[in-house]
Ligand binder design. Sequence first.
Ligand SMILES: Cc1cc2nc3c(=O)[nH]c(=O)nc-3n(C[C@H](O)[C@H](O)[C@H](O)COP(=O)(O)OP(=O)(O)OC[C@H]3O[C@@H](n4cnc5c(N)ncnc54)[C@H](O)[C@@H]3O)c2cc1C
Length: 540
Amino acid sequence: MTQLDYEAIVVGAGFGGLRMLHELRELGVSACVLEAGADVGGTWYWNRYPGARTDSEAFVYAMSFSHELLQEWDWSVRYPAQEEVQRYLAYVADRFDMRRDIRFDTRVVAASYDEAANAWTVSTQAGDCFVCRYLISATGLLSVAYVPDFPGLDRFKGEWYLTARWPNEGVDVSGKRVVVIGTGASGVQLIPQIALLAEHVTVLQRTPNYVIPARNAPIDQAERIAVKREYDAVWARARAHFFGFDMGTAGVVAAELTPAEQRRALEAGWEKGGFRFVFETFDDMTTDPATNELACAFIREKIRAIVRDRKTAELLCPTYPLAAKRPPLGHGYYEAFNRENVTLMNVASDPIQEITERGVRTACAVHDCDVVIFATGFDAFTGALTSIDVRGRDGTSIKEKWRYGPRTFLGIGIDGFPNLFMISGPQSSFANIPVVVDYTSRWIGRALTAMRTAGEDRIEATPEAVGEWCDMLDALMRRPTILAQGEQVGSWFVGANVPGKAHTPLFHLAGLSAYIKDCERVAAERFAGFARSASPTLAR
Ligand SMILES: Cc1cc2nc3c(=O)[nH]c(=O)nc-3n(C[C@H](O)[C@H](O)[C@H](O)COP(=O)(O)OP(=O)(O)OC[C@H]3O[C@@H](n4cnc5c(N)ncnc54)[C@H](O)[C@@H]3O)c2cc1C
């Protein structure tokens, strides 16, 4: 019989990996977490760039598995900064004595399933191998940074950084000329902060975003007490929400209001800020194109009112629907372009040609600089898993199997890859992530419990269930919804931000509540769509 090192190995020690470790311990499953970084935190360990903070409101950007933890932890502001979230996750790890089951500085490079032994062998970059029954990937949906292949980077004489791999010791940009490439969520957070110190910041923008003001503010004690008193209800509302937030609805669609009332609603939503603008202004903001355009025109008007230089303001105005790309939250973003030391350039019309010794050359200009910062996004959802050489039954490689896009059942299981589970995997839900990983970790725990009760030790999604799940997601993408328009605007929602990546829906586009309903149906039907058995190893 094959000797197992652990019953389960979890890859990744961010929100997902820590939550899964807790679940496995509750079930009495021996487990080890392998983490490439030197600490817990995942996203919050790697993304230390100035301005990095959550776009989720603090009270629901948290672990919900422990009442004590929820009562103990005090968030300082509505949108906590990287340092605070990192401190929180370190607190969780210490509070539940998780570090003894985590191996840091351990990058998994390969994992292969041995059918006869019904076991996975997991290999690390350092050459270690671990054998386990269950392999659980918690490698993150936004954990592999994408950097376009600009020629010449190796020649650059200055410093360059990725927002997603920001040095622990920080970067001193004071008095330096900085070029920032990218204006997605990270660039939008970084630019106002860098502008305070740098001599000059040149922002190279390909696609403008609708940046909604976050309206960050301290959380006062009265609010803290009120939330803590009703935390169960908070989580129940978050699980029922399209995006996993504790937010209400507007109770009205735009067409029911007069133009003056619509205007008042938009102004009120803008003042509330954050994703409340999207979810609590009109209930048809992301479903009715006319309502969506009303909001888009309103934001463009705000941009033109804030940004003094008319040409810059126009460049910052998107023309595609709000939410076709994930809208970033701003903390003085548009205002930064009123500074003398910030210049916006359009690299959609004047594309980057190369990095030179002295800076960035576009087709029509040269931007000499001391520092280049790449805020160019992520190989979302699939990048982390396909950069591991994962091989299922008969040596089938996950990378090969997903050449035309990921194929999973529920974003949790893959046919041909027995006993492999994914948390926040492709084709699961994209929503407020702590709520998603809490749900999927519990769901996996329920599946393991059902197997244990039935005397089984092998579970695998059936090809039929995978096929039906993919067809359902394709059908969702073909519906004329706004989220489904990501392909036209180069959104990572559908893999369209990475050249050569298959354009397929990377998550369940119908929202978290619908995703949970689908997973619950499968669980209620005794995990229908998954083949379960006792391997000969167990029978012996
Ligand atoms: C700047 C930024 C802000 C964000 N803000 C929000 C927000 O406000 N709300 C929200 O819901 N989501 C947000 N996200 C998404 C965020 O990724 C999730 O909220 C959450 O942190 C993901 O947790 P995770 O554990 O699934 O993955 P991650 O936090 O990405 O952790 C994955 C871990 O796996 C490790 N790993 C990957 N591959 C390997 C390997 N081969 N071997 C070993 N270890 C490996 C990585 O090192 C990493 O530590 C944000 C993302 C970014 C980048």
